[in-house]
Ligand binder design. Structure first.
Ligand SMILES: [Zn+2]
Length: 143
């Protein structure tokens, strides 16, 4: 299991992967972005070779673990909760969040609901207006 990453200027990539034995990261790219005297990985992307760190990681782990017995990940510890989180802030998914991810929390480490701080002022205003309208409708229905 693992996760890929890239910089917004497309000058490097990485992959962090884990097995029941190891957590390993592979970084691949240039130290600087194109505009800062570095290079872009665009030519690699256009050639379809976008998963180089993933392939390097896979090859590495096949070599490193070749003689190890097959092992399963342990079961999830008791009390851990799976919740949807905002992919921008890492807080719990809020009404204005547009990108989410599945996250795991112990009961004492559950974060607050995302405030939408990553939204533009216009989007935040629209969200507040939408929430006020919902509250008004709920109050009218209760009356
Ligand atoms: Zn959010």
């Amino acid at each position: 299991m693992g996760k890929t990453g890239t910089t917004s200027d497309d000058f490097d990539r990485w992959f962090v992967g884990l097995t029941p034995y190891y957590v390993t990261s592979v970084w691949w790219g240039y130290d600087k972005a194109y505009g800062e005297g570095g290079h872009s990985l665009e030519r690699w992307s256009s050639s379809g070779r976008t998963n180089i760190p993933v392939n390097v990681w896979k090859y590495l782990m096949e070599q490193v673990q070749a003689d190890l017995p097959v092992k399963q990940f342990p079961d999830m510890p008791e009390g851990v909760e799976i919740k949807q989180a905002c992919a921008v802030t890492g807080d719990l998914l809020g009404p204005g969040c547009t990108s989410s991810m599945e996250s795991y929390y112990t009961p004492t480490a559950v974060p607050q609901i995302c405030s939408g701080s990553h939204l533009s002022p216009e989007e935040q205003a629209a969200l507040i207006e939408q929430q006020l309208a919902l509250e008004a409708a709920a109050a009218a229905a209760a009356a």
